[in-house]
Design a protein around this ligand. Structure first.
Ligand SMILES: Cc1cc2nc3c(=O)[nH]c(=O)nc-3n(C[C@H](O)[C@H](O)[C@H](O)COP(=O)(O)O)c2cc1C
Length: 217
């Protein structure tokens, strides 16, 4: 096959097992991530569907320690402002409270340690409107975001297949202009997501979810 298969082939996990056991990983070891593995994730990302196959995104891979620190500081300020506002004051039962607290501890850990994650990947989305018009009016076939999120998910699933952890994060967007300044990203791009990428300390497993469907009719 023509695609680059990466240095560490990781595991031979099946597609369904990989996606079922993928979850937000927010604690990482110091072990470096190879360029081959990053490339494998990027190549999987761009295989995702996008409207008209226009692939309205750019990936920016940040390894430089000073830039990672700069991003971490911006992210931390976003988190410090956001977290107190969304933290629930009441829970329906202890199990829900414990689940939330567990998740929150991991979120706090990521915020406090983001600069130590070996690779930070940014998703840049051009501020374009993909809605086309004819004489009857607009044809709202889907927002630009809809052509970017599948690539993010593919990236994260490819990482899973290499035993690398990721988490979708967006708290940097609270101070997005500062991210653009730090990294010289032109104004025309939204910095849609920040994906930490590293070797996770946690275990893979099926994360709790509401049931998708009660029955199929
Ligand atoms: C649009 C979006 C934004 C998110 N932003 C953040 C974030 O800024 N920081 C973070 O730690 N997790 C963030 N998450 C991750 C979610 O918290 C995570 O997917 C959810 O808790 C489920 O985690 P699980 O798969 O481990 O159960 C975000 C997820 C999405 C889809």
């Amino acid at each position: 096959m023509g695609y680059r298969t990466g240095g560490t082939r990781g595991n031979e996990i099946g597609l369904l097992d990989g996606l079922m056991t993928n979850r937000a990983m927010r604690r990482y070891t110091d072990k470096p991530v190879s360029d081959d593995d990053v490339w494998t994730c990027l190549q999987a990302a761009v295989q995702a569907p996008s409207g008209g196959n226009i692939q309205p995104y750019q990936f920016m891979v940040v390894r430089d320690p000073n830039l990672r620190l700069g991003l971490a500081e911006i992210y931390r300020r976003g988190w410090a402002r956001y977290e107190p506002v969304i933290a629930p004051t009441e829970f329906p039962n202890d199990a829900v409270r414990e689940g939330w607290e567990r998740n929150n501890r991991a979120t706090v850990h990521l915020a406090q340690n983001l600069e130590h994650v070996p690779v930070l990947v940014l998703l840049l989305m051009p501020s374009i409107d993909m809605t086309v018009h004819d004489e009857e009016g607009p044809m709202p076939v889907g927002p630009t975001h809809a052509s970017v999120y599948p690539a993010i998910q593919n990236f994260m699933l490819a990482a899973r297949s290499l035993n690398l952890g990721t988490a979708m994060t967006t708290l940097h967007r609270i101070y997005e202009d500062e991210v653009r300044d730090l990294l010289g990203i032109p104004e025309r791009y939204e910095v849609l997501a920040l994906l930490p990428l590293g070797h996770p300390t946690g275990k893979w497993g099926v994360a709790p979810r509401h049931r998708g469907a009660e029955k199929i009719t």
